[in-house]
Ligand binder design. Structure first.
Ligand SMILES: [Zn+2]
Length: 132
């Protein structure tokens, strides 16, 4: 005779999707000790580094207005590893002739930090007030 506890045991599959684990960096933004790092002003995630600064069309810093009349001071960098790109590329109202732009957000808090420009070269124009 089989003990009742063995008959009644039901093996329910454990749900792996009930509560996704929180990302490890949930409350601890990506940081490093490099003084040359430039960080998102909101969440302090490292966005790029001073040594990635780039001169585009004769200047590292540029001031532009967007079509809505909002002024942006941007700084140009070869790369911005702390960003994620959003949406497709566009050449509408591009500030750099011959370049397409794509919105770049902070990879951690999703603040709009600037744009990636693609043309003869690829570079990032980051809003000066949003990185430090
Ligand atoms: Zn951020």
């Amino acid at each position: 005779m089989v003990p009742e506890e063995r008959i009644c045991r039901v093996h329910l599959p454990r749900s792996r999707h009930r509560r996704p684990p929180a990302p490890k960096d949930d409350d601890t933004p990506v940081t490093d000790g490099n003084k040359n790092s430039l960080r998102c002003t909101l969440c302090h995630t490292v966005i790029t580094k001073q040594e990635l600064a780039l001169s585009v069309q004769g200047s590292h810093e540029h001031a532009f207005f967007n079509p809505a009349g909002i002024a942006f001071e941007i700084r140009c960098f070869r790369a911005a590893p702390g960003t994620v790109l959003q949406g497709g590329t566009s050449d509408v109202f591009s500030w750099f002739s011959g370049y397409h732009w794509q919105v770049a957000l902070c990879a951690h808090c999703r603040t709009h930090l600037g744009w990636r420009f693609t043309g003869d070269t690829v570079f990032f124009g980051l809003i000066a007030a949003r990185i430090r």
